[in-house]
Design a protein around this ligand. Structure first.
Ligand code: PMP
Length: 392
């Protein structure tokens, strides 16, 4: 072991994390995303994927990926604005714009990059203000911090507090942006978009919704939370969604007006200065978008499983959170206890990750159960049986 004090310092930080049950490590999977996985050499029934519709491993999606790889190769080779923008990218952008009812859409290589890119393109200085829900995803928090604008975090889904903060800034704010998750990634509840849209309009602020966990899943056609809550593109002028969750592939997009997208193409640094996602990913996403639109039974199956899980867990007296979505966390509190329950589940062949600070606030460690249309009622029954044994 190195005696270099720099390393001594990072080793003691690692030790501290271990002692607080906050240490994290990766697991090795030898199987595709599917409820029945092979992880670290063990068969496990997984309840922690964001593959909400079971499309990550769909034969039509795989085939589209393979065919495009045969034509376009593996890598895109360059950024979109150089020569990395292929026909599948263009087709996907057009399909995403049409599906979300917007004039244009713009692909980003990841959701993290999309959030950094938009916020930093729109806000430039100290007189600009970002209002962010306290439980927003880390990428939205980082986007606000990096922008150099004044970052004001408001209590979770508390539009009254947000209103007070907007009023307090009214006289000296330049560009203002209200930023919120659509479905909150670690809680599963949803943002009150109608109220936020009214406030944004009233204060002449942008409203941007990160619908990473709603896109594909919520709304009659799967267009996401904006559709589910009966809002229009004018209400939510900046929509962000990721493609690595319900769509089962990778990457993200921003959908909005022609002017917004043109502005992002000129100014969003995480669009301009990064390699385009592989064309085969775009082709695979086009195939999965088609399945989202044609196979509504996947959303129905998911909804039935959510209801089954909530009913069973309520009967067991488990501390569920107020969520109707595929994210069904069980609140535990202490990180050590959440880890211990996760381990006990694993001994019974089930994989549910313990989510701990700083991903969630201190004292709110939880088991983040996620459901997928690829699960069966028997899978959910198996999870409930194991939870019943552990909880008693
Ligand atoms: N926003 C939210 C709400 C997310 O949950 C995630 C991913 N966990 C992201 C953004 C980042 O997306 P990506 O994984 O594509 O970088």
């Amino acid at each position: 072991m190195s005696a270099d004090p720099k390393f001594t310092k990072i080793r003691s930080e690692l030790d501290l994390r271990r002692s607080r049950h906050l240490y994290r490590s990766t697991r090795i999977s030898d199987s595709p995303q599917h409820p029945h996985m092979h992880i670290d050499g063990k068969p496990l029934l997984a309840f922690c994927s964001n593959d909400y519709l079971g499309l990550a491993n769909h034969p039509a999606v795989i085939q589209a990926f393979q065919q495009a790889a045969n034509i376009y190769g593996v890598g895109s080779g360059a950024a979109h604005l150089v020569n990395g923008h292929s026909r599948p990218h263009q087709q996907l952008e057009e399909a995403l714009a049409a599906f979300t009812g917007r004039e244009r859409a713009l692909l980003f290589s990841t959701g993290y990059m999309a959030n950094l890119g938009v916020v930093n393109a729109l806000l430039s200085g100290r007189n600009d203000v970002v209002y962010a829900d306290r439980l927003n995803h880390a990428s939205l928090v980082d986007a606000g911090l990096l922008s150099g604008a004044k970052l004001i975090r408001y209590p979770h889904n508390d539009t009254t507090s947000l209103g007070k903060r907007l009023l307090a800034q009214a006289d000296n704010a330049n560009t203002q942006l209200i930023l919120t998750d659509g479905v909150f990634s670690m809680d599963g509840d949803v943002a009150p978009l109608a109220k936020l849209a009214v406030m944004a309009r009233h204060h002449d602020a942008w409203l941007m919704v990160d619908d990473a966990h709603g896109f594909g899943v919520l709304g009659n056609t799967g267009a996401g939370l904006v559709e589910a809550q009966g809002l229009t593109p004018t209400d939510v002028p900046i929509l962000m969604a990721t493609l690595g969750k319900a769509l089962g592939t990778a990457g993200a997009f921003i959908a909005g007006s022609h002017d917004l997208i043109e502005y992002l193409i000129q100014t969003a640094r995480t669009f301009i200065y990064t390699t385009a996602q592989p064309p085969a990913i775009a082709a695979a996403t086009l195939a999965s978008l088609q399945l989202v639109q044609t196979e509504s039974w996947r959303r129905e199956q998911l909804l039935a499983l959510i209801q089954q899980f909530r009913q069973g867990a309520t009967q067991l007296g488990l501390p569920l959170m107020a969520s109707d979505t595929a994210i069904q966390p069980i609140l535990v509190g202490s990180s050590g206890q959440a880890l211990a329950i996760s381990r006990q589940l694993e001994e019974r062949g089930l994989l549910v990750t313990a989510i701990r600070p700083p991903t969630v606030p201190d004292g709110t460690a939880r088991l983040r159960v996620t459901l997928s249309a690829a699960h069966t009622a028997t899978d959910v029954e198996q999870l409930l049986t194991a939870l019943a044994q552990i909880w008693t």
